[in-house]
Ligand binder design. Structure first.
Ligand code: NAP
Length: 287
């Protein structure tokens, strides 16, 4: 993994023998019409490069200009020579922010259901005493939770009606919904969740752009399926519950966007008591 540090640096005269390493300054969004079209064609699509220009001869991937020094541990130091470059670096970093890692953590019956038709979860064994089946430890590995509106309704009912403690304390919680707005969130939870009309994948992208979210816990059948369909789930921790319920909300039944099998590797599998087996799958993607 590599990271880039950007450092602002006042312009100075650069000796001729070092100039090949430095890109000449150009204004962001400057018009290129007056330019020789052959030169423009050689340089590639200017619109693509407006927010991020090649930094040196060896880098033509639309990255920000500046001099680059490679440090130990995969770090790169990008030395910028103007305020324009600094703005371009920030914009390019924002636009190219990676999607956060996604992980599903869910209990599934032997016949693939996550809830009864009325949404109830009474078939899931309840934690006793300190033993939460590893949920607390799992929660410590994520920065944010992205859930569907129906899952939120269920959790809100537990918290508001049954006075169960809010399970995601300290985590950023995003609820996807096209029917609910922020003002519909029950009062005790209004500062704890953000409702968005974005799709789950748009919401993930937005979380990535905050720069603070590396790993997101995705919850709710429809929400999980919609991300699975787009191959945006990286890890699934499935706890198989030894019961069949015959009907309800199924976890499965999605159609892969690119019509092919998605392969997963099993990284752990362990009995966690009361007949349940927790298995962690990691998505295997070709590099
Ligand atoms: N067994 C377990 O461990 C477990 C874990 C979590 C949840 N559950 C249960 O599962 C049930 C909820 O699952 P669910 O499959 O019904 O739904 P869900 O994913 O929790 O919520 C579905 C809702 O989220 C919004 N949504 C989801 N995907 C969307 C998309 N692609 N675009 C726009 N909006 C989207 C929509 O809200 P709007 O309709 O408002 O637009 C949709 O109706 C609950 O009963 C919950 O208790 C069980």
């Amino acid at each position: 993994m590599s990271a880039t540090l950007a450092v602002f640096h006042a312009p100075r005269a650069i000796p001729k023998n070092q100039r090949s390493n430095v890109v000449p300054r150009r204004r962001i969004g400057s018009p290129h019409q007056a330019e020789d079209p052959r030169r423009r064609a050689k340089r590639g699509d200017p619109a693509k490069k407006r927010l991020g220009r090649p930094s040196d001869k060896s880098d033509d991937n639309g990255e920000t200009s500046g001099r680059r020094q490679f440090l130990s541990g995969g770090l790169q130091l990008l030395i910028l020579s103007s305020a324009d470059d600094l703005l371009a670096a920030a914009t390019a970093a924002y636009m190219s922010a990676p999607r956060p890692e996604t992980v599903v953590y869910i209990g599934v019956t032997m016949d693939g259901y996550i809830a009864r038709p009325d949404g109830s979860l009474d078939f899931l064994p309840q934690p006793e005493g300190e033993d939460d089946f590893g949920f607390g430890a799992f929660l410590n590995t994520v920065d944010a939770v992205l859930m569907g509106r129906r899952t939120f309704d269920q959790v809100a009912e537990f918290v508001v009606r049954d006075k169960v403690p809010w399970p995601y304390e300290g985590k950023r919680v995003i609820v996807v919904s096209r029917t609910m707005t922020q003002k519909d969130v029950p009062e005790p939870l209004s500062s704890k969740v953000t409702v968005t009309a974005q799709s789950p994948s748009e919401a993930l992208k937005a979380l990535g752009k905050t720069g603070f979210t590396r790993r997101v816990y995705v919850d709710g059948g429809m929400t999980i399926r919609s991300l699975l369909e787009e191959d945006q789930v990286d890890e699934m921790v499935l706890t198989s519950v030894p019961v069949t319920i015959g009907r309800g909300t199924s976890l499965w039944g999605f159609d892969t966007k690119d019509k092919r099998d998605y392969r997963w590797s099993v990284t752990s599998s362990e009995p966690i008591g009361r007949g349940m087996v927790k298995t962690t799958y990691k998505r295997v993607r070709k590099k």
